[in-house]
Design a protein around this ligand. Structure first.
Ligand SMILES: [Zn+2]
Length: 294
C-alpha cells in the first residue's frame, strides 16, 4: 500500500515534569445518557451520543487523575450500556462525595446544519440574557467560558458558546439544578453534522475533545499548563477540498507518524509533543491529489 507523505518540522523545546495540579481536588464526571434499552432508559436515538460521551469521560478522567485529582464518575468507564441512572442520581454522586466541581459531558444535534461547541451553566432566572444571574457566579459561568473556548480551539467547530441554561433553553438543566457545587454541561460538537459524524468516529478526535476539557480545568484553577501538547488538524485535498483518507502525516524532527483513517474525516493527531505554546496547535493541511505526488 502506498501513501503520500507530508513532511513538516516541529521545534523541540525543553521538557519539564508535569506538576500535580489537582492534588486534593475532587471532581464528578457524568457521561450523558446511556442504556438505550427498555422503556425506562434512554431512547435508541441517544445510542450514538451515549457511546461518544462514555469515551470522552474516561479520557478526561485519566488526564485529571494523572494530575493528582480524585475523580468520581456517575457511570462506568467506556460502558454506555450500563445500568440506567436518573439525572438526580447523577447529581447525588457529586453531592455525596462533596466534589469541587461537576461536569456532564454531552454532544449536540439539531438538523444536521450546525456544529458549534456549547457549555451551559445554571442561571437563577432569565432576567438578564444570555448569561446573567448565574447560580454559581464566578465559578460555573467562568468555567463555561474557558471550556467553550478550549473546545472551539481543539475541535475547530464553528464557534464556542458559554451560555446560561435558563436563557438558552428556557429552563434549568435537570442535571445541574440540585448540585451543592458548581457544575457545567458541555456539548462538544454536533453528532448529526455530516463531516463531524466522521470525525467523532475517530477515538483520537474524542481524545482531543477530552484534552480540550482538561485544559479548561487547568485554566479555571489557574494551574500551570502542561509542557507537552498536541498537534491536530485536518488533511484535505487541494483539488477537491475534501478530507483525504489513508494519508501518512510525518513529523520528521521527532520521528512520529500518523496515518489518517479511512473514514473520510482527514483527521490527524500527535500528542505528548514538547511545545512552547500553551494551547492546541490546530494546523489544517492541504495536499495535492495523491497520484500527483507519486
Ligand atoms: Zn445529550
Amino acid at each position: 500500500m502506498r501513501y503520500s507523505s507530508l513532511l513538516f518540522f516541529l521545534l523541540v523545546f525543553t521538557l519539564t515534569t508535569l506538576p500535580q495540579n489537582f492534588t486534593g481536588k475532587k471532581f464528578a464526571l457524568d457521561p450523558g445518557h446511556g442504556s438505550p434499552r427498555g422503556t425506562t432508559c434512554e431512547p435508541e436515538t441517544k445510542r450514538y451520543e451515549a457511546w461518544m460521551n462514555h469515551i470522552v469521560m474516561p479520557y478526561l478522567k485519566q488526564m485529571l487523575q494523572r494530575d493528582g485529582a480524585t475523580v468520581f464518575s456517575t457511570r462506568g468507564d467506556f460502558d454506555s450500556l450500563g445500568a440506567c441512572i436518573t439525572l438526580s442520581e447523577r447529581e447525588a454522586v457529586a453531592n455525596n462525595n462533596n466534589v469541587d466541581f461537576f461536569h456532564s459531558i454531552h454532544h449536540n444535534a439539531f438538523t444536521g446544519t450546525s456544529n458549534y461547541s456549547l457549555v451551559l451553566f445554571e442561571q437563577l432566572n432569565n432576567t438578564i440574557c444570555p448569561n446573567g444571574n448565574p447560580q454559581w457566579p464566578g465559578q460555573a459561568d467562568s468555567m463555561s467560558i474557558y471550556m467553550a473556548a478550549e473546545l472551539f480551539a481543539g475541535l475547530q467547530t464553528t464557534v464556542g458558546y458559554p451560555r446560561g441554561d435558563y436563557c438558552f433553553l428556557g429552563y434549568n438543566l435537570g442535571v445541574l439544578n440540585n448540585l451543592n457545587m458548581p457544575g457545567v454541561l458541555s456539548e462538544g460538537s454536533f453528532f448529526d453534522f455530516p463531516a463531524e459524524i466522521l470525525r467523532l468516529a475517530n477515538l483520537d478526535y474524542l481524545r482531543t475533545e477530552a484534552e480540550a476539557q482538561y485544559l479548561s480545568y487547568l485554566k479555571y484553577y489557574k494551574k500551570p499548563l502542561p509542557a507537552h501538547g498536541s498537534l491536530v488538524g485536518l488533511v484535505t485535498s487541494l483539488s477537491t477540498g475534501n478530507p483525504v483518507k489513508g494519508v501518512r502525516v510525518v513529523l520528521t524532527s521527532l520521528g512520529k507518524t500518523y496515518t489518517v483513517d479511512s473514514l473520510g474525516n482527514g483527521f490527524y493527531r500527535f500528542d505528548s509533543l514538547p511545545r512552547e505554546h500553551t494551547q492546541f496547535q490546530f494546523i489544517p493541511i492541504r495536499i495535492l491529489p495523491i497520484q500527483q505526488l507519486q
